[in-house]
Design a protein around this ligand. Structure first.
Ligand SMILES: Nc1ncnc2c1ncn2[C@@H]1O[C@H](COP(=O)(O)OP(=O)(O)O)[C@@H](O)[C@H]1O
Ligand SMILES: [Mg+2]
Length: 630
């Protein structure tokens, strides 16, 4: 009972966020047009083929009427045979054209998928880190898969269907009117009865489709999150599997309901249309037969009218269905465009330059920073909330200034949450400073190309994430052209060669999701090996040895010292040995640099550093490892 209440509650909060029925804007259609533009030659050919096909479709019933007339008139067998042959010929050509048209529409649709997918992928890749810290991976993946395919359906199935069916419809009607306008009009009076509800149903379907898409995305997110090794572990340790299942079931149930409702709406419509078409046919036979008996209409004309009528309701049914399909496909287009509309907060300038050659200095000049609020970096529909938090953005860094001359090493120390990692993240532009300037080689990082920053700056982060790929692939990420010897050399220096050699497939062993099969220390040593391999001119170590025990730390420290030689370094340190080696120590507290100087100078002041030194650095190794500083 309790479980169900929770499930329904969370279900309803998303539903309310999603259940709006906006009409589609002209702007959306214009943008779809922009995506179609590169394919316009093919679209033109397609339209031409559709018209030829429609012409042929009208020809057959008219010819059939001629056969009846020939029989009634008692013409010779040759005439009948000639018309029959013509009908056969048309059928063959129609079949061929049908295949050709389908090929054209398929290539159009698949081409569109390709364009949309690559565009969205490129765009998402350019989003800043802040975006990824907010959005749910599953929701993003769903946009790239389900919605892109949904959008494509608008093209290959419907847009094409709409055009050819519309041409067929108009042509058929025109021919029918010339044969007998009275009968045609009577047969068509029932038409409006269907066009009007079709419109309303389209809107209703679009709303349902939107809701289903939202639920599917949420379920996808849940699965990618919960079914990853760390997520599953967390659920096993702390989660409430029954609650999770209940909520999942509630959502899946709602998707089922929507599926049934959609199917019923669609089939009610089709059934009704089929019925009307049958009734109209009876009317043509009855009324046409009456006219023919009175001699005011040829018998062949009655047959032609009846045949044309059956060909009239087929495109009509398709058109009504197409409307619904177009509506739901437009929903997908909108969801895709929504992502494309998110402007990356951090973008490379068009006139960006390279980091200058030679040794590089690192400079912070009056830098203040607060993490951006959600509404600046994300989309409500990707986070499963109704509106995004506009607040937040509390200032984390206050007027931070320092300079690391080329080849010098700066150590940042301070308690946890002081802002050390934040300082480190501003250098590679994972975030941009709100005020003040961050410079690399004397140039504002905002004026530098992303590629040259990557080539200049190496970083070992606190969590040391690894891709679910081979050890080799994870290492080569930083320097794809590295040779086998260089790889092993880096592994040796980070004291990982023994382990990798003992792995079942050596360098080609896949390290699990989030590098899960490696221990924290091994993972960290692998990211250090990557750093040694890439050999960038500036190095940032964010507690790079925090996960190592004292023996392996001593060994890795050697490798790191070697890696740091001659390089400009920013080291967030938690070990006295590292701090002592620094040319300058900055003590960071509450986002401010509160003390600066060398080890001896700072000890002499007897301030915060002295306190940290006394309480943190001088603890026995075992305790130090258990609670590293910062
Ligand atoms: N992505 C983020 N969004 C919002 N606040 C953050 C984010 N990352 C860190 N913070 C906050 O910024 C402050 C500084 O964090 P951090 O730089 O990681 O500290 P340190 O590395 O010194 O332990 C902390 O109060 C932390 O909660
Ligand atoms: Mg940190």
């Amino acid at each position: 009972m309790d479980m169900e209440v929770t499930a329904w509650h969370s279900l309803h909060s998303t539903m309310n966020a999603q259940e709006d029925r906006r009409p589609f804007s002209r702007a959306t259609l214009r943008r779809i047009g922009a995506f179609a533009r590169p394919h316009r030659a093919r679209i033109g050919r397609f339209l031409l083929l559709s018209m030829v096909t429609a012409l042929l479709a009208v020809a057959t019933p008219v010819l059939a009427g001629r056969v009846v007339d020939a029989i009634v008139r008692g013409d010779d067998a040759g005439t009948v045979a000639r018309i029959a042959l013509l009908i056969a010929l048309i059928a063959v050509v129609e079949a061929g054209l049908g295949l050709l048209t389908r090929w054209l529409s398929a290539t159009l649709g698949e081409g569109l998928i390709l364009d949309l997918r690559t565009t969205v992928f490129d765009h998402v890749q350019r989003m800043p880190v802040a975006f990824f810290t907010r959005t749910r991976t599953g929701a993003l993946v769903s946009r790239l898969n389900n919605d892109v395919i949904g959008a494509q359906r608008a093209f290959s199935n419907t847009l094409s269907g709409v055009v050819s069916n519309l041409v067929t419809l108009l042509l058929t009607m025109a021919v029918m009117l010339t044969i007998s306008w009275q009968i045609t009009l009577l047969a068509l009076v029932l038409l409006p009865v269907f066009v009007v509800p079709a419109r309303r149903m389209g809107t209703r379907m679009a709303g349902l489709q939107r809701e289903a898409a939202a639920h599917n995305a949420t379920m996808g997110t849940r699965m990618t999150e919960r079914f990853s090794a760390p997520g599953a572990t967390l659920v096993k340790l702390f989660g409430r599997p029954a609650d999770e299942s209940a909520e999942f079931a509630a959502r899946a149930g709602r998707v089922r309901d929507i599926g049934v409702r959609t199917a019923m709406l669609q089939s009610t419509f089709v059934t009704a249309l089929t019925l009307v078409s049958a009734l109209a046919l009876a009317l043509v036979y009855g009324l046409g037969g009456y006219y023919a008996l009175r001699g005011s209409l040829e018998p062949g004309a009655v047959v032609a009218l009846a045949l044309l009528l059956t060909r009239l309701y087929a495109p009509l049914t398709a058109l009504a269905g197409a409307r619904v399909e177009v509506m739901s496909a437009l929903v997908s287009f909108e969801r895709v465009f929504e992502i494309l509309d998110l402007k990356p907060l951090i973008a490379e300038r068009t006139d960006a330059r390279e980091v200058p050659e030679g040794p590089v200095s690192v400079e912070f000049d009056g830098v203040s920073f607060g993490y951006p609020s959600a509404d600046k970096v994300s989309l409500a529909s990707l986070e499963e909330v109704a509106t995004l938090d506009a607040g937040g953005g509390t200032q984390v860094l206050h007027d931070v200034s320092f300079t690391a001359e080329p080849g010098r090493m700066i150590a940042l120390v301070g308690s946890s949450g002081a802002g050390k990692s934040t300082i480190a993240q501003l250098l590679p532009r994972l975030y941009d400073a709100d005020s003040g300037t961050v410079r690399l080689g004397g140039v504002d990082v905002r004026d530098l190309t992303a590629d040259s920053i990557r080539a200049t700056l190496g970083m070992v982060t606190q969590d040391g994430h690894l891709f679910h790929e081979s050890v080799r692939a994870n290492l080569l990420l930083a320097r794809p052209e590295a040779t086998e010897e260089e790889i092993w050399d880096a592994l040796r220096r980070s004291r990982l060669d023994g382990l990798v050699a003992s792995l079942p497939e050596g360098l080609d062993t896949v390290v699990g999701e989030r590098g899960y099969r490696l221990s924290g220390g091994e993972r960290q040593r692998l990211t250090i090996a990557r750093l040694l391999l890439a050999r960038q001119r500036v190095v940032i170590l964010d507690e790079a040895t925090a996960h190592l025990d004292s023996t392996s730390e001593a060994a890795v420290q050697e490798a790191l010292t070697e890696a740091l030689e001659g390089r400009t370094a920013l080291v967030i340190a938690h070990r006295l040995s590292t701090v002592r080696a620094a040319d300058l120590i900055l003590v960071v507290e509450d986002g401010r640099v509160v003390e600066r100087g060398t080890h001896e100078e700072l000890l002499a002041i007897g301030g915060r550093y002295e306190e940290l030194h006394r309480t943190q650095f001088e603890k026995p190794a075992s305790q130090e490892a258990a609670r590293p500083l910062g």
